[in-house]
Design a binder for this molecule. Structure first.
Ligand code: GLC
Length: 530
């Protein structure tokens, strides 16, 4: 193991800066709008870099900003090596990267290998070409079943609802695990892999520090595309039972080895995978020394607010990485899930728990990903039907509302929507009037705000030796509480019991609630130097 792994991030060597970095996910449409059209963009991010530096994050993950017809808000990429005009241009990206680096912030970008947009030149060429042509071989075109081929080639459902196959005029079908506007690419075709490598080099040569890899467990499909039995749609999460054949096929690891080989050609770059695989051993395979450096562990996302669930999440996440070179990688929220303030009960209770969860997440050894707005304690928003944009809403026959509620733009300042997000109040998703108290500006002035808690936590994490070391030792704790110690001496206690518990011995570094009475209140967490 590299001797540097015992040091906090600020003292890390450049090569493995990501091991305990705090990444900040910028959902580009919703972070900051620099051009006044109601949609966030690169110029907006660039304007707000001083805020991010001041908040204390080490790196950004910027969600896709590539040319796209926006069927899935950018995860349908028409050209992986350019910038969507709504978001800016390549010069703006280069300027953002230079400014971020000057402020000591690293920048990682999304890589979307599993599928392209139906608007990508490749797919248009495939539609114009004949069955069996090299153009069709870049995607997964198949003949249908039934006497006239009018039934899909297999029974796979799309994650967004409806079948995963769409028929084209000459009678063939193409596979799209997500929306029909997102045809799956054929990774058995060397041209597809070569193109991915070209995309990686394009961004690495510009100076990006790494990638977040979308649906990183999806690129390889099982031989012969067999039916799923049963054909229950497990969403993105594959339990690797015999059922869901769409994800986590063994062949995907060859793709990861190629990805890693390219990353390793460049000094100090990294890749984190979106791997919705819940089995510890299956997930660990993605973290072998020649594959991903990090994989999101979504167990904190799926855990309920109970000591058993949260402890289980931590134990499994650490067990996953224990036999690999990787550190754990903690996530509470992202652009695909209900925000954790709401998951934990919403309102005052949700906020209180989210404060404690922040201290739990940031005390754990490894890398941490914050989602924009976590630091403001933003809740999910109940949006009216007529503004919903997530493809899930229409494809589910308007039965599943989709992910728009966690994607509402960030409130920055002022008393009324768009709260400084944009020059227009007509934002791509409407912002709730009652967010005036949640703005960055309002919270910066309040020492008890969620933002102030994050600032203090990130500053301590970056500077204190108490956070050194990647291990974790569980400590005895009252019923319903979690307590652990890091090798550097940090002690974290989270009280999930129904009553206040005594404050442990030690110097209090930070607390999510008032502990001055010598007790840790319900739904609170405390950091101590033990
Ligand atoms: C990932 C993204 C999600 C997107 C899907 C298809 O899960 O996080 O937002 O819809 O992939 O690209």
């Amino acid at each position: 193991m590299n001797p540097d792994t015992t040091l906090p991030a600020a003292r890390r060597s450049d090569a493995d800066w990501w091991r305990d970095a705090v990444f900040y996910q910028v959902y580009i449409r919703s972070f900051a709008d620099g051009t006044g059209d109601g949609v966030g963009d690169l110029a907006g991010i660039r304007d707000r870099l001083p805020y991010l530096a001041d908040l204390g994050v080490d790196a950004l993950w910027i969600t896709p900003f590539y040319p796209s017809p926006m069927a899935d808000h950018g995860y349908d990429v028409a050209d992986p090596r350019d910038v969507e005009p709504v978001f800016g241009d390549l010069a703006e990206f280069d300027a953002l990267l230079a400014d971020a680096h000057a402020l000591g912030i690293r920048v990682t970008v999304d890589l979307v290998p599993n599928h392209s947009s139906h608007d990508r030149e490749w797919f248009r060429a495939a539609l114009d070409a004949a069955p069996g042509s090299p153009e069709r071989e870049r995607y997964l075109f198949r003949d249908g079943r039934g006497p006239d081929g009018s039934e899909p080639p297999n029974n796979w459902p799309s994650v967004f609802g409806g079948p995963a196959w769409t028929r084209v005029p000459d009678g063939q079908w193409y596979l799209h695990i997500f929306a029909p506007e997102q045809p799956d690419l054929n990774f058995a075709n060397p041209e597809v892999l070569a193109d991915l490598e070209e995309t990686m080099r394009f961004w690495l040569d510009r100076g990006v520090d790494g990638f977040r890899i979308d649906v990183a467990h999806g690129m390889a499909k099982p031989e012969g595309l067999p039916d799923m039995v049963p054909m229950d749609d497990t969403g993105l999460l594959d339990d690797h039972g015999p059922g869901d054949r769409r994800f986590d096929q063994d062949g995907v690891h060859a793709v990861h080895r190629r990805i890693r080989a390219v990353v390793d050609e460049y000094e100090g770059r990294m890749a984190v995978g979106e791997v919705w695989v819940s089995d510890d051993e299956r997930l660990a395979q993605y973290l072998r020394e020649d594959e991903l450096q990090l994989a999101f562990n979504f167990r904190l996302v799926t855990a309920h607010w109970t000591a058993t669930d949260l402890r289980d999440a931590v134990v499994h996440s650490l067990a996953t990485v224990s036999g690999t070179p990787a550190p754990a990688c903690w996530v509470l929220s992202n652009h695909d899930v209900v925000r954790h303030v709401t998951r934990y009960g919403g309102g005052e209770v949700g906020l209180r728990r989210a404060r404690a969860a922040a201290l739990l997440q940031l005390a754990l050894p490894g890398a941490a990903y914050l989602y924009n707005g976590d630091e403001l304690g933003l809740p999910n928003v109940d949006l009216p039907d007529e503004v919903l944009q997530d493809p899930v809403w229409e494809r589910s026959g308007r039965t599943v509302r989709g992910r728009d509620g966690c994607r509402v733009p960030m409130p920055w300042s002022g008393e009324k929507p768009s709260f400084g997000f944009s020059a227009t109040s007509d934002t791509w998703l409407p912002m709730p009037e009652e967010w005036a108290d949640l703005t960055v500006e309002a919270q910066a002035a309040d020492a008890t705000s969620m933002q102030s808690l994050y600032r203090a936590a990130l500053a301590l994490r970056a500077s204190s030796r108490a956070f050194a070391g990647e291990g974790l030792q569980w400590l005895p704790a009252p019923d319903g509480c979690l307590a652990f110690r890091r090798p550097g001496g940090l002690v974290c206690l989270v009280n999930l019991s129904p009553a206040a518990v005594p404050l442990p011995e030690g110097q209090v570094l930070l607390a999510s609630a008032d502990v001055s009475g010598g007790e840790v209140p319900v739904d609170a967490a405390v950091w101590l130097r033990g």
